[in-house]
Write a protein that binds this ligand. Structure first.
Ligand code: 4AD
Ligand code: MG
Length: 445
């Protein structure tokens, strides 16, 4: 009896007869030789059929079987260093084939398709090797995030998705009809995390997050996953140290466990290998000066226009991109102007126009992957900040309570999963990092 195996473990079965259950990814014929690329969800391997060996019936059956037909293949595993696949270097000498369902005219062919066509066929496109590799990397990044937090004493406490009010500005809220009352899909779990740390010390939530982003960019989704750790007795410096260790762990774990997939994507691994040790930390003031200098020195009129900025403005992607080009590691920018950040951030001591916020910008033009801050602890200041942001105070009374009953200095951050996947995979558009992305003009499939 052949052993039923997963392709990812194929190296253990060289010289043995095995069965693989999967799909036909592609086939090519060279005279009496037929090469069939098989995928089973865990990997990809080349199957070889030689007409005089397998007989006419089996050979003709393989010839007729269309791309993405489901099938069960039996044969002997051989080493062949030139054989393509994931893992590379193995092939199966086909002896028997059972067709489970014969597929005809699979819409995604090896020719070039436009990205909108592929997105319309996302339910099928996910089977393509690049998309498959990206999702495997995404899964590993998620696992690394959870492992790191679990190993560091965090408790995973879930936060609600239906929320009564805004936390990250009111311009991008998704409204839901909540029993004839208004509610909103969560932009963040942070405010609830702040309640949870006073019960559990260090917590995180990790789940889907919603922003009605009305612009089309390479960095924004309407639904994305965010991990949000929050820590009691933690100030801004503690936060930055922690984020550094966290991001280093995520990148290094992915490099270790998903090197084959990263190489398959053609990712340059050197910049990822460099994500260790300490990352540069610069203030917003310093960042603005650097951007002014880049603007002065560039001969490119378009870039000059894009980089226009004054103290007090938020960064756009061009600012982040140019700034990160100056460093070969992720860079922390701290101390943003209060007016561009959310209402809950602790003011900088002696400089109320600045807040104790910190963003982490990824290198190679990827920009902001983390936003975080120390949280405001004074209840009176907080009430004032809520009013300044024109938020309905009555929805925040519980949040203000947290400042009255055993308040402590505390901090936290949110890391966007899809932006992190895009950066680690080295792909230029965030839509390929989500299995079924939701954007301004897409909610299907
Ligand atoms: O900077 P943001 O808005 O911060 C918060 O939501 C805080 N409440 C987090 C916290 O302190 N607990 O979002 C955090 C991160 C961003 O750095 C980015 O990686 C990601 O979430 N993000 C998005 N990713 C994809 N599409 C969008 N529309 C995103 N908006 C934010
Ligand atoms: Mg942000």
């Amino acid at each position: 009896m052949p052993t039923e195996i997963q392709i990812q473990n194929i190296a253990q079965y060289v010289g043995q007869k095995v069965t693989i259950k999967g799909w036909l990814y592609a086939s090519t014929r060279k005279g009496k030789l037929m090469f069939v690329r098989l995928r089973d969800g865990t990997g990809m391997v080349q199957g070889v059929a030689f007409r005089p060996e397998v007989g006419d019936d089996l050979f003709d059956l393989l010839k007729r079987t269309g791309q993405e037909s489901s099938l069960i293949v039996t044969g002997e595993v051989r080493e062949n260093e030139r054989a393509p696949g994931l893992p590379k270097g193995f092939e199966v000498g086909i002896e028997a084939v059972e067709i489970v369902q014969s597929a005809e005219e699979y819409p995604i062919t090896p020719k070039d398709h436009g990205v909108e066509f592929l997105m319309d066929h996302r339910h099928l496109w996910l089977r393509s090797s690049r998309q498959w590799a990206i999702m495997r990397i995404r899964t590993t990044i998620k696992r690394a995030i959870i492992d790191f937090l679990d190993q560091n004493g965090f408790v995973n406490i879930d936060t609600p998705i239906i929320t009564p009010s805004a936390a990250e500005g009111t311009s991008n809220l998704f409204e839901v009809d909540f029993f004839e009352d208004k509610a909103y899909l969560a932009q963040t779990g942070q405010l609830y995390n702040e309640a949870n740390i006073m019960a559990f010390g260090k917590v995180y939530c990790f789940g889907p997050t919603f922003r009605a982003e009305k612009s089309k960019t390479r960095r924004h989704l309407a639904e994305f996953w965010m991990v949000e750790p929050e820590m009691a007795f933690f100030d801004l410096d503690d936060l930055i140290d922690f984020e550094e260790a966290f991001v280093t762990y995520i990148v290094q774990t992915t490099l270790k466990e998903r090197r084959a997939e990263l190489e398959f994507l053609g990712r340059d691994l050197a910049p990822l290998e460099n994500v260790t040790g300490s990352f540069p930390r610069i203030s917003y003031d310093d960042a603005i000066e650097r951007i002014h200098k880049i603007r002065e020195e560039t001969d490119d009129p378009e870039l000059k226009e894009q980089l226009k900025i004054e103290w007090g403005d938020d960064f756009g992607s061009p600012h982040e991109t140019e700034l990160t080009k100056q460093f070969d590691k992720p860079v922390f920018v701290y101390g943003y102007p209060t007016q561009v950040k959310a209402f809950y951030m602790e003011p900088w001591p002696g400089r109320p126009e600045v807040c104790k916020s910190v963003d982490l910008l990824a290198p190679e033009g990827y920009g902001e992957v983390i936003g975080g801050s120390e949280r405001m602890s004074d209840p009176e200041l907080l009430i004032q900040a809520i009013k300044n942001h024109e938020l309905p105070l009555e929805n925040y009374d519980w949040y203000i309570d947290l400042r009255k009953y055993g308040s402590v200095p505390h901090s936290g951050f949110g890391l966007g999963l899809e932006r992190t996947v895009a950066w680690i995979c080295g792909i230029d558009h965030i839509r390929q990092t989500s299995p079924f992305p939701r954007t301004l003009n897409r909610k299907t499939p």
